[in-house]
Design a protein around this ligand. Structure first.
Ligand code: HEM
Length: 377
C-alpha cells in the first residue's frame, strides 16, 4: 500500500509528468514547480518583454520558459485561515485521477466553446462569495426555495452543464468522494490555465453546503456600479485585501457583460469613458436591448493583462472596473499589473488561493453532494 506522499508522487510522475496533452505540449508538474503556461501559444514564445521580481520567477530546467515557484505565503494562508485544512493530496488515495478527469472535460468544453473559460471562472467566484466555497451556486431552485443561481446577479452565469459533465465523469471513477465545491475550484483553475493564464495548485477537501437562497446574494456579490470603498468593504468581509481585489478583478480579462451591467456607465460616466467605446456600447445597447453584450477587453478569451491597459485608456466596461484606475487607493496597482503581467499573474494566483478558502465547512459540516444540483436526500 502506498503512503499518500508516494501515491501523489506516482500520480505526478505517471499521470501528469509523462502525459501528452493539448496539441502535444507536456504539462510539467512536480514538487510545486510548474510551468507557468503549458499551452501552445501564438508565435511559440511567451515573453512579454517585462521582467518579474527575481523571487517569483525562475527558469524551468531544460528550457528557457519562465516558471512560478510555490508562493511561500501560501502555507501561511492555509495555516492561518482558521478553517478546515485543505491539502493538495486530499484525494491522492481515494480518487487519484480526479485532476486529470476534470482537466479532460474542461479541455473538451473549451475546445468547443472557448468563451466558456470566463464563465467557469465566474462560477467559482460567485460560489465562494456567497456562503463560502461550498457549491451552493450550483443548487437548483425548487417550488419552496428560490436558489442563488436564480438571483438577479446570477442570471447570466453559464457553464453549469460543464460542471455536471465533470461530476458525472468523476463519480464514475470514485463515487461519493469528490465535492462539487472542489470541482468548481479545479475547473476554474483549468479554465484560466487553458486561456493561457497562470497555473496554480488547488488545495482540496472542501465540503458542499445544503443551503442555497437567492437573497443571500444581495449583500454579498459586489454590484457593477460599486465604488472602491464599497467593493473593498465587500472583499474585506471575506478576508481579501485591496491587492487581492484588484488582481481578482483581472478575471475580467475573460468574458463579456450584458447591457444592464454597463448602460448606466455609458449614460453617466462620459468623463471616464473613452468616446469611441461609449458610442459603440451605446449602439450595442440600443440595437440589442438588455440582451446586447460587450467583451471586457479586446482579448476576451485570452487571460492576459490587457484588461488593465484598457482601464488606463478609460475603456473599462463596468463602473467597478474603471474605478480601480480612477481611485488613488488602487491606481498604482492597476499600473503595476498593466506594466508587468507576471506580477499580475502572481497576485491573481495568490488571490485565487485565498478566495478558494472563504468560509469553508469544517469537520461534519456539509456533505459530498452526489448530484451538484441537488442536496443529498
Ligand atoms: C470586483 C467586483 C466584481 C464585480 C462588481 C463584478 C461584476 C460582474 C458583472 C456585472 C459581470 C457581467 C454580468 C453580465 O452582464 O452578464 C461580470 C462578469 C464576469 N466576472 Fe465579474 N465582477 C467582479 C469580480 C470578479 C471576480 C473577482 C472574478 C473572478 C475572479 C470575476 C469574473 C468574471 C468573469 C470571468 C465574467 C465574464 C463571465 C462570462 O463571460 O460569462 N468577476 N462580473
Amino acid at each position: 500500500m502506498r503512503t499518500a506522499r508516494e501515491s501523489r508522487a506516482y500520480v505526478l510522475r505517471n499521470i501528469y509528468g509523462g502525459k501528452a496533452w493539448a496539441d502535444g505540449q507536456m504539462l510539467r508538474c512536480g514538487n510545486w514547480l510548474h510551468a507557468r503556461a503549458w499551452l501552445p501559444r501564438a508565435g511559440g514564445t511567451q515573453g512579454t518583454g517585462t521582467s518579474p521580481p527575481a523571487t517569483e520567477l525562475g527558469t524551468d530546467s531544460g528550457s528557457s520558459r519562465p516558471v512560478l515557484y510555490r508562493d511561500p505565503n501560501a502555507a501561511t494562508v492555509l495555516a492561518g485561515s482558521g478553517v478546515a485544512a485543505l491539502s493538495p493530496d486530499y484525494y491522492a488515495m481515494t480518487c487519484p485521477f480526479v485532476e486529470y478527469t476534470v482537466r479532460s472535460v474542461v479541455a473538451d468544453a473549451l475546445m468547443k466553446d472557448p468563451t466558456l473559460a470566463g464563465s467557469l471562472l465566474r462560477l467559482h467566484f460567485h460560489d465562494c462569495f456567497v456562503q463560502g466555497c461550498d457549491a451552493s451556486v450550483l443548487i437548483d431552485s425548487t417550488d419552496d426555495n428560490k436558489a442563488e443561481k436564480d438571483a438577479g446577479a446570477n442570471k447570466s452565469l453559464r457553464g453549469f452543464e460543464v460542471i455536471d459533465r465533470v461530476k458525472e465523469a468523476v463519480e464514475s471513477h470514485c463515487p461519493g468522494i469528490v465535492s462539487c465545491a472542489d470541482i468548481l475550484a479545479l475547473v476554474a483553475r483549468d479554465a484560466v490555465a487553458m486561456a493561457r493564464g497562470p497555473y496554480y495548485f488547488v488545495p482540496l477537501g472542501r465540503r458542499d453546503g445544503t443551503r442555497s437562497v437567492a437573497s443571500d446574494t444581495f449583500t454579498t456579490l459586489p454590484p457593477p456600479l460599486g465604488n472602491v470603498t464599497l467593493l473593498a468593504q465587500m472583499f474585506a468581509g471575506v478576508g481579501l485585501d485591496l491587492k487581492d481585489m484588484v488582481a481578482l478583478s483581472g478575471g475580467h480579462t475573460l468574458g463579456i457583460a450584458h447591457c444592464p451591467s454597463f448602460k448606466a456607465r455609458v449614460q453617466n460616466e462620459l468623463d471616464t469613458l473613452d468616446a469611441t467605446l461609449a458610442t459603440s456600447l451605446g449602439s450595442v445597447c440600443s440595437k440589442g436591448g438588455d440582451a446586447g453584450t460587450a467583451p471586457f477587453d479586446r482579448t476576451s478569451t485570452r487571460f492576459d493583462a490587457v484588461y488593465y491597459r484598457e482601464l488606463q485608456a478609460k475603456r473599462g466596461l463596468l463602473s467597478s472596473d474603471q474605478v480601480l484606475f480612477e481611485d488613488p487607493a488602487t491606481k498604482d496597482m492597476v499600473n503595476a499589473f498593466s506594466m508587468n503581467p507576471y506580477y499580475f499573474f502572481q497576485a491573481f494566483q495568490q488571490g485565487m488561493l485565498k478566495m478558494g478558502q472563504i468560509n469553508l465547512k469544517e469537520g461534519d459540516e456539509g456533505e459530498i453532494r452526489l448530484n451538484c444540483r441537488v442536496p443529498n436526500p
